[in-house]
Design a protein around this ligand. Structure first.
Ligand code: IMP
Ligand code: MG
Length: 338
């Protein structure tokens, strides 16, 4: 579909980076737009290399894709420049003139805020503090920084023109549905709306143009920071199941719980996806590891996927079976058609 939006179904860290990098490599979109900010770490493993991105779109692995940062996103200049270098993507990175810029004082303000750091469990990256300034209309944006001049563009115009030309665009959401400022487990949430509607609003594209919404669920649920996590397992149990993870940005251990169908139903209601992606499937079914074909999955693994499609009334089209971007079972042709 010409415009696809990729959204997290849990509390972030569902593996959106992997899904977006796979779609980038296979669908080769003209543009990929990153929303959100540097509190969100998206990991890409491809051809034996690992990148932990906090602001660039995970589609960078496809070299023909233009990489854009949404007007509603917030960047930090040192993070942006470092990632451009690490991904060797200088000639195809574009920042909207209105993309907000986080400054050191925003980071300091968050890190000295005990409520935010201790009660909410913020990542302390200055994102919320910069959003406060944005709403007060005192935040500087990309156009105010001479060092960004050569990178700035009109992202919503670029996206709309690409779609009008018949090209394709991927919008990469950040965090997850239940960290949404409005629809999540308030106040234990991040500082923006992370649902599909919020994410397209950050880019400046009409809901009428959205072709696909891909909702990404990891095969189990994780959460970093405070707030409810239904069915939360003890750390010992998390270790036994091999579900131990650490935050990409903060290094904190992630809390974990089994796949939660009620939570998934609510995420489906809030985002109305056309497709579902399941990541880390090999954590549930070790014999699925590295498989790239549906027929190579054990019967019970196929049944589990089918039961999720049925329960949520949305087809599971992508199943991640390993770290590499290409470790994916892609059912889109079978399920949706060419
Ligand atoms: P903040 O947005 O950094 O202030 O963090 C607010 C809450 O959202 C905390 O519980 C964080 O751990 C969580 N959070 C923010 N960004 C991410 C993310 O990318 N993945 C997972 N949790 C996140
Ligand atoms: Mg993450």
């Amino acid at each position: 579909m010409p415009l696809s939006v990729i959204i997290g179904g849990w509390f972030g860290d569902e593996g959106k980076g992997k899904v977006v990098s796979y779609l980038g490599l296979v669908d080769k979109p003209g543009i990929c737009v990153r929303t959100g900010s540097i509190n969100a770490g998206h990991t890409v493993n491809y051809n034996g290399r690992t990148w932990k991105l906090r602001i660039l779109p995970s589609c960078f692995v496809n070299e023909s894709t233009q990489l854009m940062i949404a007007p509603g996103a917030l960047l930090k200049i040192d993070v942006l420049l470092r990632e451009i270098k690490e991904t060797s993507s200088a000639s195809r990175v574009w920042v909207d003139v209105n993309t907000g810029v986080i400054e050191d004082r925003h980071v300091e303000s968050e890190r000295s805020n005990e409520y935010l750091m201790k009660v909410i469990g913020s990542t302390g990256q200055g994102v919320g503090a910069a959003m406060v300034d944005r709403i007060l209309r005192v935040l500087k944006t990309a156009k105010d920084f001479p060092e960004l001049r050569d990178l700035t563009t009109d992202v919503s115009r670029e996206v709309n023109e690409e779609l009008d030309r018949g090209g394709s665009v991927i919008i990469e959401g950040t965090q997850g549905t239940f960290l949404s400022l409005y629809h999540g487990t308030y106040p234990y949430v991040t500082s923006r709306d992370t649902t599909a509607a919020g994410v397209i609003s950050e880019v400046g594209v009409s809901p009428r143009l959205v072709g696909d919404i891909v909702l990404v669920f990891k095969a189990y649920v994780t959460r970093v920071g405070a707030g409810e996590l239904p069915g939360e397992l003890s750390m010992d149990e998390v270790i036994t199941r091999g579900w131990t993870e650490r935050g990409t940005v903060t290094g904190r251990p992630r809390r974990a719980a089994p796949f939660n169908i009620d939570l998934a139903r609510r995420a489906v209601m809030l985002n109305r996806p056309t497709q579902i992606a399941i990541t880390k499937f090999d954590a549930l079914f070790p014999s699925a590891r590295g498989k790239r074909k549906w027929v190579d999955l054990p019967v019970e693994a196929r049944k589990w996927i089918e039961s999720i499609s049925e329960a949520l009334k949305v087809p599971v089209t992508l199943v991640g079976t390993g770290e590499d971007s290409m470790d994916m079972i892609d059912l889109r042709r079978e399920v949706i058609g060419p």
